[in-house]
Design a protein around this ligand. Structure first.
Ligand code: GDP
Ligand code: IMO
Ligand code: MG
Length: 421
């Protein structure tokens, strides 16, 4: 069976920490989409680690961590990350598998990402500049190179052919960047990749299921950044939702059981694009400060706002969420009043649906106010010991979404998690 953990908002919901928490219950932890645009934070003891390419179960002994075919892989980032985790005692040569169908991010993909963003000017997506969109374009455009190609005699020839194609595109953008240093690192990393376990991911995953073992699929980004259902065009280029698990790992839909949807107790977004409940005031500042809301991959300040139940309800619907995990609840400790967006007013008309275009100008969030709990909850271990105001807040979310909040994270530490009764 396969369970899924994914983000319900615009990313950075705390997936790294939650996957690390659940990993002991599974045999395999697998990434199914995205690439080094992801930054998944977890703590190993006191040490903070941010993973970009390696699944977040890597610190658990005897668990296989699979980079699935739906991922786009930057070998340079992977090599660095392998070296980091090895220094912490992880045997990545044994525990890390990569699907041979996984597409490679080339240095010229990174240059193209940069060129495309520059050309967009004020309309830029706010991409992480990791080459994600150009790499997925080469996948769907049927030009890309895959991990399984690296041992092919013609790999370098194929690489040069693709790079020349990219060169022409870069000239069209009138963009010039010397990528020779990146290319040197790239080929070193390709050599490094050859020592890793490159597998037929879909057979591995299905054999694992056949043997009665359990797989945890780890989402990257968030549902509102999904290429189909997110705030297009301000999205990423992959299927971030539970449906992406099917094509990103090669599993049939009936094999998927639990879908754990993660939401922050509030909401953030990094990069451009609509965000109806964004707070451009002192409350937004307070959330950023108390939540340390700066990008794990790019260091950019994250935009902060109130929890949005319209968007969350939509995300639960398209993912088939069975259980909710609420993270960063402690960040609300200092707030006097909390607000929850319960509907949108669009051109004066109230709706509970996410519209085709989520333009900030036309959406007016309708809020319900809640009293803050003004208590430090970071050392609470039992659900019954949570402040009454917090139970009221959570109960309201439970009933409105019709899905229970089963886990509440009350701090970044790996043991700061409360199981709801
Ligand atoms: P991911 O991309 O979904 O894995 O999330 P990120 O790692 O990008 O961002 C989440 C940030 O919040 C990280 O710095 C985590 O260490 C931190 N974090 C996770 N859960 C909690 C929590 O419950 N409370 C607090 N205060 N921080 C948390
Ligand atoms: P995790 O897995 C938050 C955002 C970027 C940009 C848009 C497109 O850590 O939650 P891309 O580089 O994918 O072309 O950027 O998506 N974005 C993320 N925001 N968390 C992420 O990953 C993100 N990955 C991409 O900021 O707005
Ligand atoms: Mg992140």
């Amino acid at each position: 069976m396969v369970d899924v953990i994914l983000g319900l908002q615009w990313g950075d919901e705390g997936k790294g920490k939650i996957v690390d928490y659940f990993a002991p219950n599974y045999d395999v932890i697998a990434r199914f989409q995205g690439g080094p645009n992801a930054g998944h934070t977890l703590y190993v003891g006191e040490k903070k680690i941010v993973l970009h390419q390696i699944p977040s179960g890597i610190f658990h002994e005897n668990k296989i961590n699979l980079i699935g075919n739906g991922v786009v892989l930057d070998p340079v980032t992977l090599k660095k990350e392998c070296e980091t985790v090895e220094a912490m005692g992880v045997n990545f040569k044994k525990n890390l598998y990569i699907s041979e169908r996984t597409h490679l991010i080339l240095p010229s993909h990174r240059a193209l990402d940069k060129a495309s963003e520059l050309a967009k000017g004020n309309e830029k997506i706010g991409s992480t500049l990791k080459g994600i969109s150009p790499a997925y374009m080469d996948k769907t455009g049927r030009n890309g190179l895959r991990v399984g190609d690296i041992n092919d005699k013609s790999f370098v020839t194929q690489y040069i052919r693709l790079r020349l194609k990219h060169q022409k595109l870069l000239e069209n953008f009138s963009f010039a960047e010397d990528i020779s240093q990146w290319e040197e690192e790239f080929f070193e990393a390709i050599d490094f990749l050859k020592q890793l376990k490159i597998v037929n991911g879909e057979y591995f995953v299905n054999d694992t299921i056949q043997k009665g073992k359990k797989i945890l699929a780890e989402g990257a980004q968030g549902s509102m950044l999904d290429v189909d259902f997110g705030t297009f065009p301000f999205v990423t280029s992959s299927s971030t939702i539970s449906a992406g698990v099917g094509s990103g790992l090669g599993v049939a839909p009936q094999k998927i059981k639990e879908v754990f949807g993660i939401t922050k107790a509030y909401c953030t977004r990094v990069g451009s694009g609509p965000f109806p409940t964004e707070l451009i005031d002192e409350n937004g500042e307070l959330l950023r400060k108390n939540g340390n809301e700066y990008g794990s991959t790019t260091g950019r300040p994250r935009r902060c706002g109130w929890i949005d139940l319209v968007a969350l309800n939509f995300a639960c619907m398209i993912n088939g969420v069975t259980q909710l995990v609420m993270t960063k609840a402690d960040v609300l400790d200092a707030m006097n009043t909390l607000e929850v967006c319960t509907s949108y007013k669009i051109n004066g008309k109230e709706t509970h649906e996410v519209p085709f275009q989520m333009n900030r100008d036309s959406i007016e969030p309708v809020y319900k106010k809640f009293k803050g709990w003004k208590t430090d909850i970071t050392s609470i271990e039992k659900f019954n010991n949570l402040p009454a105001e917090m139970s009221t807040y959570i109960n309201y979310i439970n009933t409105t979404l019709g899905i229970p909040v089963k886990f509440i994270s009350n701090g970044p530490g790996s043991n700061q998690i409360i199981v709801a009764l």
